[in-house]
Design a protein around this ligand. Structure first.
Ligand SMILES: [Zn+2]
Length: 220
């Protein structure tokens, strides 16, 4: 609040200045909502959603675009920091049978045991719990919930692609099950700015998740 104190000193409080001051306080309180979050390392897991070749490489079947390239180093840094802090790591893998009905919407992608379905090389996942999923949500017909319950996890940091599809559906199912949700906005990507925004809007305003920058996350 040091900025508002300084403003106080420079302006006499005419009604007009009061209006500016009120506006400044609103902006500052919005900024403070995006301030750092300290997560409990024992009760928090990082979920990396669908960082697979078909979504992340430009010759992939469903390349998300340059925006997915930008999130890779951010996710990598977050995963490394989380790994050092002892957090549980979960990687999901879109994993479709041949002729899956979802291909009517998106075309063929992430077919089981194909190169396109492999996790990308840039993110180390050997020590992670792997969730292979057929639908958008990582909870649907998978062992994810029982794994999280068994390991005492209460909060999820959700990253990956696509913000308004598999990330959002996973966040919705997590919220329904009572997990806290944290989404680093620089670690998720969508096909367009509009889809990125509405995915994050839903997470923040409908699910009451927290949307922050990855470098604002620290561990205890
Ligand atoms: Zn899919």
């Amino acid at each position: 609040m040091s900025v508002s104190i300084r403003v106080f000193a420079y302006f006499s409080l005419t009604p007009k200045n009061q209006k500016y001051l009120d506006a400044l306080i609103i902006v500052m309180s919005a900024m403070s909502n995006r301030e750092g979050v300290v997560v409990n390392s024992k009760e928090t897991a990082v979920i990396v959603v669908d960082m697979q070749r078909d979504f992340c490489y430009d010759d992939g079947a469903l390349f998300v675009g340059e925006q997915v390239r930008r999130i890779i180093p951010k996710i990598s840094a977050l995963v490394e920091g989380s790994r050092s802090a002892g957090l549980q790591l979960v990687f999901t893998q879109d994993w479709h049978p041949q002729n899956d009905e979802e291909f009517a919407i998106w075309g063929r992608h992430c077919v089981q045991n194909t190169i396109g379905a492999e996790l990308i090389d840039e993110l180390l996942s050997e020590d992670a719990f792997l969730v292979r999923k057929r639908k958008y949500s990582a909870f649907f017909e998978t062992a994810l919930e029982s794994y999280l319950r068994a390991t005492g996890i209460t909060t999820l940091i959700i990253t990956g692609v696509v913000t308004n599809i598999c990330v959002l559906h996973t966040a919705i199912d997590a919220a329904l099950r009572g997990f806290g949700i944290l989404v680093p906005e620089d670690c998720v990507a969508a096909l367009s700015d509009y889809e990125q925004e509405y995915g994050l809007y839903h997470i923040e305003n409908v699910l009451k998740g927290r949307v922050i920058s990855s470098d604002a996350i620290s561990f205890q």
